[in-house]
Write a protein that binds this ligand. Structure first.
Ligand code: FNR
Length: 357
């Protein structure tokens, strides 16, 4: 059962901290550098004020939305998070169960510790999208795409903001290492990285050598039958480029502040990106969503839906599938309260005019 003092998703944090090792906690919470962006993602939401509207009728209200031809019960999705067996013995299977019972879309990471087949074939499976980290070998990427299509995943989310792993000092200080019994089971076993010759840049000659480019996105668009969504867009210029290329959706995200420190908060980047996109494709947002009011604000600025990362992982660590389901239900109910008190019975009615700006 859920402890009675857990009434908001942030209440899971202390419970998760108790259950996880110092190393795993550092991996979960860390951001790049000094973690300015991690904090800003959350704080920026509290700087945006609601307006509140009274006496309007919200009878018959609901939180349903249609995206890429599918109906979803509510706009709070689960962001891709790697290696979930770090947080619960059943890993992504446990998350999927919590998502299924709350009719929540789950985005499965390339770096999952349960295969994409096992997650999709569970008796109680949620709606699923697959997050793809493009692999240096197109053959490996193509195999992942075909497997996801075969298993009924509804979209491909290509994460484009982590061309190299973020330099997360908190994680380094804690000496984080993936335990030997865990691995990215969707991928073929990794071969040892080839060291770069001294005198060459570790960044430009090493880490970035096999990094994907726009031509690789073009290639995915030509190969995939599923809608292709780019995750990690922070610049209006990149958003426009992606739209012109024929990408089907965008996720405004700074990877929860885990890759490049001192980027603005995701919610701060959203208005200019929404303006550049001009309705050509749906936009989603993640980073710092901790309250239903945060969801409302993202939708008011032009997002169709949002994703949460750390909050559901903390709930997973604290209380397994039940925790995941409870965290989602809590956020969803908070969103409904804000909608009701803002006179917006449906998601499409939520506009910037419902904020005090
Ligand atoms: C992530 N994120 C991530 N993103 C992705 O595209 N593929 C991945 O494998 C991972 N892995 C991952 C692990 C951990 C531990 C965290 C915390 C995050 C980023 C994630 O999808 C999302 O962008 C952020 O977590 C959103 O920010 P909040 O909700 O954590 O503030």
């Amino acid at each position: 059962v859920i402890p009675p003092d857990i009434v908001a998703v942030s209440d899971y944090e202390a419970y998760a901290r108790e259950r996880l090792s110092d190393m795993t906690w550092a991996y979960l919470q860390a951001g790049a550098g000094d973690e300015h962006t991690v904090r800003r993602n959350v704080e920026a939401f509290s700087e945006i004020l609601l307006k509140g509207r009274v006496l309007g009728s919200v009878a018959g209200g609901h939180t349903r939305l249609n995206l890429f031809g599918h109906l979803y019960e509510h706009p709070i999705f689960l962001a891709p998070v790697a290696y979930q067996k770090l947080f619960h013995p059943d890993g992504e299977r446990a998350t999927a169960l919590g998502a299924a019972v709350t009719q929540t879309l789950m985005v499965l990471s390339t770096l999952s510790t349960v295969t994409l087949e096992e997650v999709a074939q569970a008796e109680t499976a949620p709606p699923l999208w697959f997050q793809l980290y493009l692999q240096a070998d197109h053959g490996v990427s193509l195999d992942l795409i075909h497997r996801a299509e075969r298993e009924g995943y509804r979209a491909l989310v290509i994460t484009v903001d982590a061309a190299m792993a973020g330099v997360r000092n908190r994680e380094q200080r804690a000496g984080f290492r993936l335990p030997p019994h865990l691995s990215a089971v969707n991928l073929p076993p990794v071969s040892a990285a080839t060291p770069t010759a001294s005198g060459h840049s570790r960044v430009f000659e090493g880490l970035m050598k096999a990094a994907p480019g726009w031509d690789d996105i073009e290639w995915v668009l030509s190969e995939a039958r599923l809608p292709v969504i780019l995750k990690g867009i922070m610049a209006p210029e990149d958003a426009d480029h992606a739209c012109r290329m024929g990408v089907h959706g965008l996720i405004v995200s700074n990877h929860g502040g885990r890759v490049l420190d001192t980027l603005p908060a995701a919610i701060e980047a959203l208005p200019a990106i929404a303006a550049a996109v001009g309705g050509r494709v749906p936009i989603l947002l993640d980073g710092g969503i901790r309250r239903g009011s945060d969801v409302f604000k993202a939708l008011a600025f032009g997002a169709s839906a949002v994703l949460i990362g750390r909050p559901y992982i903390q709930a997973l660590a604290a209380a397994g599938p039940l925790g995941v389901a409870h965290a989602i239900r809590t956020l969803r109910e908070e969103l409904e309260v804000v909608m009701a008190l803002s006179g917006t019975p449906t998601l499409d009615r939520i506009r910037a005019e419902h904020l005090s700006i």
